[in-house]
Design a protein around this ligand. Structure first.
Ligand SMILES: [Zn+2]
Length: 105
């Protein structure tokens, strides 16, 4: 797993290529990832207790994990992470090229 919930990612393949967003959910068993505002689909929903009117709702659908990469804001491109430790000896992930720490929102 090269991304985590809350990571800023960029889509590197497929029809949403080039878009950026934050990871909302990981669907590990399906090797998919749900990203904010990426791969929106329309779902025709029946009225339920929670949404008594039903209708057409737009929501994010999962996309293959292999189509996303971590986004390094400093390099302004897709980058891999490598492991590192901070000043307090805590493990963290940093950009493989510029060593900027990836933040998980
Ligand atoms: Zn970088």
């Amino acid at each position: 797993m090269h991304v985590r919930k809350g990571d800023q990612i960029v889509v590197i393949a497929g029809k949403e290529k080039g878009k950026r967003g934050r990871v909302l959910r990981l669907l590990t068993s399906k090797s998919r990832v749900v990203v904010e505002r990426i791969n929106m689909v329309k779902r025709h929903t029946k009225p339920t207790q929670r949404s008594p009117r039903g209708g057409i709702v737009e929501k994010e659908a999962g996309l293959p994990l292999s189509n996303v990469s971590l986004w390094c804001a400093k390099c302004a491109t897709a980058r891999r992470a490598r492991a590192d430790v901070d000043a307090n000896n805590k493990k963290r992930r940093v950009c493989a090229k510029c060593a900027t720490a990836f933040e998980t929102a």
